[in-house]
Design a protein around this ligand. Structure first.
Ligand SMILES: [Zn+2]
Length: 474
């Protein structure tokens, strides 16, 4: 990168000599504007027919129409060296390996874009289609949900690959700017009570209400794309119509107010955060407006941080361990005495015992870091990431970089990325118990909670990857 930059600098100086100071300033500006190229595209991903929805186990019938369309959005950013990152955001409950893996493979084989440069994020809307298609997760769900989900996922893979292909030839010079706003409707939902943690508003609980915004601006000053984040479940709504919830409305409002701009919502570490109040369409719209307003504030700040390159990417698996799995006898008891969800959980684990001769005791998933020069560290974590990860990494990763380079870096932590397998609790959440640490496992095919090493393993892998990505981004 340095060699290319030097060549540009020489051109600027010569131009400056010929056209005086004014020429130098103009040329310096135009050089800066070619530091990045970017392109962004939206594609509608609303299922073409009624299908089972994802997010609430209690739903007892398939979808009935839509409030508005669901979208996948593609943002490709290329640095001066030609290295690209592809960010795909989606109005979906999660990202599954069946969705990401074939897209990553095609990018790698046909475009030579490494899997580490593909970030896929889900808004976690609870009014999107069912994506679980595996035999184990399908068991107990009933109906044709699995086959339907597989068919939908396959069409989505094709659609997203085609959209990436369509976006690539449109790369044009941009500047990248970062700033952030705030929105106040996310609140911690883990209320401590004498009977343990309850799912209820907890105003004193940890929260991350920042709205980070990365905007790509064309040479004429117009905004091509705004990637923005928020750490909060998309659970204002729980009905039977497809809808992007507050994040869907925020994107819709921003695109209406900025013709020609693609607005991409990237879910943060909102695993233990809910939008409050909730349950009506009007409230989802209000939260969407609040979030869109926070993005507008960020877009209008007079001194946004200019983001420079080059890009550096790093991705690797972290391996987590589950606590000692239940025995066959314990599972049989659970099947006998549990509620319907506990019963079907026991069924899935008994089937695992039968088919594999044992119960899964480890789970591996990828963690990812995308580094933009010495300016911005974008961390993407799998699973329903709780807010402690964002709050902790903001400090841990910043301290590390300040010590090394004496600059103030921006740390942006996205959850719900690349493989949303279930909840990823922090050690605090795990020890406190409740839904995100323990209870939610009943709805998966995992045997039970993770061990106490969960946070330590995730954070140390992210620190390692951040070092690699920062080295590559020099
Ligand atoms: Zn969730």
């Amino acid at each position: 990168m340095k060699r290319i930059w030097r060549r540009f600098t020489i051109v600027v100086l010569i131009t400056g000599c010929l056209f005086g100071t004014q020429g130098l300033l103009q040329s310096a500006e135009s050089v800066q504007k070619t530091e990045w190229r970017a392109a962004a595209t939206s594609v509608v991903i609303t299922p073409e027919k009624s299908m089972w929805m994802s997010g609430y186990a209690a739903r007892n019938k398939p979808s009935e129409g839509k409030v508005h369309d669901l979208f996948a959005k593609v943002l490709i950013i290329e640095d001066m060296n030609g290295q690209k990152v592809v960010i795909v955001t989606t109005d979906l409950i999660g990202i599954t390996p069946a969705l990401r893996d074939p897209i990553a493979a095609r990018l790698e084989s046909e475009l030579k874009i490494p899997a580490a440069a593909l970030l896929m994020n889900a808004s976690h809307t609870h009014c999107g289609p069912e994506l679980r298609e595996g035999k184990a997760t399908r068991r107990g769900l009933g109906g044709d949900r699995g086959a339907e989900a597989r068919e939908y996922t396959q069409s989505l893979v094709k659609k997203i690959i085609a959209t990436i292909g369509k976006t690539l030839p449109n790369l044009e010079p941009v500047t990248l700017k970062y700033s952030y706003g705030r929105a106040g409707f996310a609140m911690n939902r883990r209320l401590p009570t004498s009977k343990g943690v309850r799912n209820s508003p907890h105003p004193q609980g940890p929260v991350d209400q920042r709205v980070p915004v990365l905007s790509a601006r064309r040479n004429d000053g117009s905004i091509m794309a705004a990637l923005f984040g928020y750490a909060c479940h998309n659970t204002t709504l729980s009905f039977y119509q497809f809808c992007g919830d507050y994040a869907g409305f925020a994107q819709e409002y921003l695109e209406a107010d900025h013709p020609g701009m693609v607005a991409l919502f990237m879910m943060g570490c909102g695993g233990d955060q809910n939008p409050y109040p909730r349950r009506t369409l009007d409230l989802a719209k209000q939260h969407g407006r609040a979030l869109a307003n926070a993005v507008e504030v960020a877009l209008s700040v007079s001194q946004p941080r200019m983001i420079h390159g080059p890009l550096g990417v790093a991705m690797d698996d972290v391996v987590l361990e589950f606590a000692t799995p239940p025995t066959r006898e314990e599972l049989l008891k659970q099947k006998e005495r549990g509620n319907k969800y506990e019963k079907s959980h026991a069924d899935r684990l008994l089937a695992q015992l039968e088919e594999r001769g044992g119960i899964q005791i480890r789970y591996a998933f990828p963690l990812q870091v995308i580094q933009f020069g010495s300016d911005l560290t974008l961390v993407a974590i799998c699973g329903e990431t709780v807010v402690d990860y964002s709050l902790r990494l903001q400090k841990d990763l910043k301290t590390d970089l300040v010590a090394v380079e004496n600059v103030e870096p921006i740390i942006w932590v996205a959850g719900y990325s690349n493989n949303v397998f279930g909840y990823l609790p922090s050690l605090r959440v795990l020890k406190e118990g409740g839904y995100e640490g323990v209870g939610a496992m009943t709805y998966t095919s995992y045997p039970g909670p993770f061990t106490d090493s969960v946070e330590k393993r995730v954070v140390s892998k992210i620190v390692e990857l951040t070092k690699q990505a920062r080295k590559a981004a020099k």
